[in-house]
Design a protein around this ligand. Structure first.
Ligand SMILES: *[C@@H]1O[C@H](CO)[C@@H](O)[C@H](O)[C@H]1NC(C)=O
Ligand SMILES: *[C@@H]1O[C@H](CO)[C@@H](O)[C@H](O)[C@H]1NC(C)=O
Ligand SMILES: *[C@@H]1O[C@H](CO)[C@@H](O)[C@H](O)[C@H]1NC(C)=O
Length: 356
């Protein structure tokens, strides 16, 4: 009898061993379910932080993308563009692996989820994604890279979030685009960017368009459990005016700086793993991109770990007493656990009937 239980528990351990990061609160919400495919919208309840309430297309039907074609003038049914421009909520999935070269930026409508689980989906070598004047968008499990400017004036960002709210980006891959990888600007708020892998890029993430956009005072963004891999130069992120909670991210040798800002931003850096580059002049995590005093700024570090000489220059004043007001709150671990918590950052390999 005892050996029976031993065998059962060994099998159990083997079966669940791919899920090493069971402490990651987003992943542990859904990744243990081998039947994830029959209940895809369950993902929508799993975000943490300011983007927690992003509904995506959870109240709509499933839309299966069957073709990688793109015709911006008259989008055909079965294409990603046709899916994202519909007005009703939709949970968008992919029939098979596909590389999508967009002919113009993909302008999404409200209440949409792009769910790449179960397929390898890349949006690359053309304009990429724009989320403007909308709410409730989830983007999960796709790769976005080598983005180029669009004909209608997009800059070549991988994802540009513009005057939008309740947006959650999770388990994506980002690299090598012409402008930023992710911009959150012009009155956007309630955004979480999590579990994603970033590499080989200059200006990684811009939160706040310019110092004079006062509406960005209300911007609240959570950046958690991401892996900022090799070859990133700066803006990881660069923050203006609003509030950025940067928690449990892994930083691997930025080339200029990691956290930057101007115009009185609040940056709460909590439980991150900062591995500095070898260049002795680049050890500082933080960079103030505005001269003068920083007395009304709040740049705070708590539970961060600093390696290879990394150091954080806090602001001269400021305490963060409470970050979240309700269920968007989550446990932030000590920075030393971050390599473990972020070990599956980026798109996951998910197969029907198996845990991801
Ligand atoms: C979008 O989702 C939100 C949150 O669930 C909901 O309140 C809103 O009615 C939805 N919009 C549409 C067009 O269904
Ligand atoms: C922001 O988006 C809303 C729709 O959600 C729209 O009514 C408003 O005009 C937009 N504001 C700006 C400044 O574009
Ligand atoms: C992560 O932590 C869990 C629980 O502490 C541990 O079982 C697992 O081996 C760790 N995984 C890695 C990749 O270090």
């Amino acid at each position: 009898m005892a050996s029976f239980f031993l065998i059962v528990s060994l099998l159990f351990a083997l079966f669940f061993s791919p899920l090493v990061e069971s402490q990651n609160p987003i992943d542990s919400c859904w990744r243990t379910n081998p039947n994830w495919e029959s209940n895809r919208p369950a993902l929508a309840g799993c975000a943490v932080g300011f983007g927690k309430y992003a509904a995506g297309g959870k109240d709509g039907s499933i839309y299966v993308v069957t073709s990688s074609e793109d015709d911006p003038e008259s989008p055909s049914p079965g294409t990603l563009r046709h899916a994202v421009i519909q007005t009703e909520p939709l949970w968008i999935t992919f029939e098979h692996d596909m590389g999508i070269v967009l002919k113009n930026e993909l302008i999404m409508n409200s209440n949409k989820t792009i769910d790449g689980r179960g397929a390898k989906v890349e949006i690359a070598n053309g304009p990429c994604i724009t989320i403007q004047h909308v709410s409730h968008v989830i983007i999960h499990g796709i790769s976005i890279h080598h983005c180029k400017p669009g004909k209608s004036g997009s800059d070549g960002d991988a994802i540009s979030v513009f005057n939008s709210s309740n947006v959650w980006i999770d388990h994506c891959y980002f690299s090598q685009s012409e402008d930023g990888l992710i911009d959150v600007v012009l009155g956007s708020t309630a955004v979480t960017i999590s579990n994603s892998y970033f590499t080989q890029h200059d200006k990684v993430m811009l939160l706040g368009h310019n110092d004079n956009i006062v509406v960005d005072e209300n911007m609240k963004v959570t950046i958690a459990f991401n892996h900022f891999g090799p070859g990133l130069i700066e803006r990881i992120p660069r923050v203006r005016r609003g509030f950025a909670h940067v928690a449990n991210n892994r930083y691997n040798k930025w080339l200029k700086y990691a956290l930057g800002g101007s115009a009185d931003p609040t940056i709460f850096s909590e439980g991150n793993y900062f591995l500095a580059p070898d260049d002795p002049s680049k050890k500082q995590v933080t960079k103030r991109l505005e001269s003068g005093n920083d007395r009304s700024w709040k740049w705070i570090s708590s539970k961060d770990v600093f390696l290879n000489g990394a150091y954080f220059e806090p602001s001269s004043n400021g305490k963060v007493t409470q970050v979240y007001e309700g269920e968007e709150e989550f446990s932030v671990y000590d920075g030393s656990l971050v390599p473990n918590l972020t070990s599956s950052a980026g798109p996951l390999s998910c197969y029907s009937g198996r845990i991801c």
